[in-house]
Design a protein around this ligand. Sequence first.
Ligand SMILES: [Fe+2]
Ligand SMILES: [Fe+2]
Length: 577
Amino acid sequence: MNPTFEPVTNLCDYVPQTPDLAAESEAGEGAHCETEMEAVRLGDLASAVALFERVFDVSFALLDAEAGACLRRPADLPDMDWDLFAAMARPLTGSRTPLLIVEEDPVCVLAVPLQGRARSCVAAAPLVTRRPESQADWHAAARMTGCSAATLAEWAARQRIWDPEAALRVAQLALEHDFQVRRLADVERETDELSFHLSSVYEEISLLHRLTQNLRLSKSDMELARSALDWLAEVIQAEGLGLLFLPVAETTEEHGTVTRTKPELLSVGRFPFSAEEVLRWGEKMRLAELGGPIVRNLSPNEAQASEYPHIRNWMGVAVTEGENLFGYFLAVNHARGGQFGTVQANMLHSVASILGVHSGNIELYRQQAELLAGVIRALTSAIDAKDPYTCGHSDRVARIAVRLAQDLGYSAEALTRVYLSGLLHDIGKIGVNDAILQKPGKLTEQEFDQIKMHPTTGFRILSELRNLDDVKLVVRHHHESWDGRGYPDGLTGERIPPVARIVAVADAYDAMASTRPYRNRMPLEKIEEILRHGAGKQWDPAVVDAFFHAKDDIVQITESDEINSPSFPAIALRKPS
Ligand SMILES: [Fe+2]
Ligand SMILES: [Fe+2]
């Protein structure tokens, strides 16, 4: 493969003059059909002539009655004037009835119109009508047929005797038999075509069904395409199939979401092009502007003259959604040496459309996740800025809560909401006076009342965000107590939202395990004692149990400086199902 883009120029040279797929495909199919039909016609004529030769036990010549020309002259017949016979057969053009075009005792020439064939073809053969006793009886017939009397007599001696009327009737019956055979062949051909069409439609529907079954936001466009490529290559019978995905962002975002920053090519089978070549080709074809597929079946001469003589045919389409261009599909070489047509192009287009919509949704989701990440980062930074001593508290509580929830059997999707809840649980502290938050000594009752307002303040701050309904409840209730002595609503036991109960334990542990302005961090033994004592009083006993199961991991979270889980926020936006 030439590393430069130049070779693709040859592919590009084959851009159709019009973007009209139908016209292009049909033109290709038309040329294909023309040759094929000609072959079918010749085979058809040969089979009809063979039938008459079997019935009459004599070779038949093939005449074009309309043009008055002999198309095939049998070698084992006397050298007769077949061009004259062809001219005499003219009345048979369009006829369905056999005729004796020559009747010159003791010879006649039987002519049979080959019905339904494109040319006005007539099969003709001389028949002997009696065995004359005298050589002189051959002179008139010899003159009429254009050969010598001796030759004619010598040939006639080896022939069956036919009554002219009987010969005509037999010819008519053979003609009808031939007609029925051809009709049966037509029905079989139509059945095959219908069956092929139905199986194409079935394959397309089942391919699209398989694809749509895999349309989930959790599945990246590359993952979906990987599944689609194998299925599609099999259905459209392409030797090679490539799908180039264009980059969606210039750089990878800091928070670790998976973002494509350079073109990536997926391919199956024998696909000879690099990502750069497909990109250059797609741009030169202006596929995105065409809005539909291009199909190109090359003649052997065109293929030989190109830089890639092994590329016999190709088709391509852009993967788009609205104004957004996500990539290019390119299929090369029909696997069975056949041609790409409308059926294959439609399938390629349908799959490209689904991938385009899926990529569009993923991109929209990515942008929303970006926005949410930015907002949440800004909010948590604002809390940290107010109280440098608790820096990183929100992130640690979030990760401890996730670890506890894992122990309690939460699903992966639900964990993302737990993480978000932990991150935002103290958001209401934005409304608390800095002097109170940073006060080194014991708080007065009035100051503590102000602190106690942060859950409801946080709930109000998030109140407009409908997508965060479950998170808001955690923010409001993370200071409730299992025995009902917490705030702001004095909820008890299982009336407290489950994630709020988890965050309460995570929050208490991190507060005790961190150094605060007014005290040093507590030793682990002391924290464990407090938690054990508070189980069933301040905290949900099941969550305290989970703490002891996951204690080693949780201690590590507190020790670690790591901020930001790599899975956030790519999945944090989604609500648990
Ligand atoms: Fe709090
Ligand atoms: Fe807190």
